[in-house]
Design a protein around this ligand. Structure first.
Ligand SMILES: NC(=O)c1ccc[n+]([C@@H]2O[C@H](COP(=O)([O-])OP(=O)(O)OC[C@H]3O[C@@H](n4cnc5c(N)ncnc54)[C@H](OP(=O)(O)O)[C@@H]3O)[C@@H](O)[C@H]2O)c1
Length: 355
């Protein structure tokens, strides 16, 4: 697509300006059909709706990755109605590079669609040396978000998270920083990630009293990590907080990719099975995935699709926060929405396989 633009205005002397008018190539035009097949779910009791599938950019769009592959995935996602992109200060690698590359995509492709996007970022993990480069102080959170905004070329993010609870900083300070971040225009909404049920209840109360509600919690949730079923979902329901479960595929283990060994170009292959969050491609897990895969086939789904649908079965679950290394992963995830229903027998069978 080509459009006429006023490119640059040069000042050439007293009261003399030169307008450069030219034809510039606009890189990307979003699919007109992008809102036809996506489902949007209300995030807790807030006014914000999120797509049932969110694309996370923890990996695969960093400085070590192919920019064009990252671009193709982000375009495919937005063309499919995925309006929400999840980032954090430390995503890459190297840390910061995912936000830098996403910023490039905003300036080259997605910029005209800014008001159709929900962009999130977070701070909590180590980002720079010294006592102010991680955890939950006001000093760190505000400085980190300012850096994130600069990297992405944004004036504000839609959602900003405290990435993890800080055992040393008073919760009032961390939540006070989130409130300040909204009031200063740096973010529209705030959330928390990986806070346990009691911490969540306390954080929600503090934020409510400050007048900036906590609208979303981002916990890890998948068939191999079900901790949120033990109290957190009840707290979220009572407090009216939405839930966006990360790593629904357990970093790829809950797909068919490891059924016949560890492919070299997979996450486990690249990292020599040193996955974070204690995930391993163990024989026991793969034996379970093989059984789950049969059930998925009987449902007419891929293993990945069934794992995503299973995550979305809770009424509190606003969105499944997936990762992808190929465009086809995004297509697979979106197609999971065609069958989100589980019979009681299917759920029982899944529980017994996972036992
Ligand atoms: N709040 C937090 O503390 C926190 C922590 C971690 C992640 N997150 C967020 O959650 C997002 C998702 O995390 P995640 O990447 O672990 O999610 P995930 O969806 O569990 O795993 C994504 C990986 O699964 C594989 N995959 C995806 N679709 C597939 C398919 N259809 N068939 C075969 N393999 C498939 C790919 O692995 P290969 O690379 O092997 O192809 C992909 O990179 C992150 O980007 C981030 O936004 C948040």
């Amino acid at each position: 697509m080509q459009i006429l633009v006023v490119d640059v205005i040069h000042y050439t002397g007293i009261n003399q300006f030169v307008l450069n008018i030219g034809v510039t190539k606009v890189n990307y035009c979003a699919a007109e059909t992008r809102y036809e097949n996506m489902t949007y779910r209300r995030c807790g009791r807030s006014g914000l709706k999120l797509p049932a599938i969110t694309l996370g950019l923890w990996y695969n769009i960093g400085g070590i990755d192919s920019f064009e592959n990252g671009r193709a995935m982000v375009r495919r996602a937005f063309d499919s109605g995925i309006t929400h992109f999840d980032l954090a200060n430390n995503y890459g690698p190297p840390p910061g590079s995912a936000e830098e590359n996403f910023g490039r995509l905003l300036s080259q492709d997605l910029g005209p669609y800014r008001d159709e996007l929900v962009i999130s970022s977070k701070a909590g993990y180590l980002m720079w040396p010294g006592p102010y480069g991680e955890w939950g102080s006001r000093k760190y959170l505000v400085a980190s978000l300012d850096q994130s905004l600069k990297r992405m070329g944004l004036e504000y993010v839609d959602i900003f998270y405290s990435h993890r609870p800080d055992p040393e900083t008073p919760l009032e300070e961390t939540m006070g920083a989130l409130d300040f971040i909204v009031r200063s225009g740096r973010a529209l909404y705030v959330g928390i990630s990986s806070y346990n049920p009691e911490q969540t209840r306390q954080a929600a109360t503090i934020l409510k009293n400050l007048g900036t509600p906590c609208i979303i919690h981002q916990p890890r949730y998948n068939m191999f990590d079900r901790w949120i079923e033990d109290g957190l979902l009840d707290v979220l329901s009572a407090e009216g907080i939405g839930c966006i479960g990360f790593s629904p595929l357990c970093q790829g283990i809950l797909t068919d990719k490891y059924l016949k060994g560890v492919p070299e170009n997979s996450r486990a292959g690249k990292w020599k099975d040193q996955l974070t969050w204690g995930d391993t491609v163990s024989k026991e897990r793969i034996a379970k995935v093989a059984k789950l895969n049969k059930l998925a086939e009987a449902r007419g789904q891929s293993m990945a699709q069934m794992a995503i649908a299973w995550n979305l079965r809770h009424k509190e679950m606003t969105s499944a926060l997936i990762g992808a290394s190929q465009v086809s992963h995004i297509e697979d995830a979106v197609a999971a929405l065609d069958n989100l229903d589980f019979s009681a027998e299917e759920l029982k069978e899944i529980d017994s396989i996972l036992e």
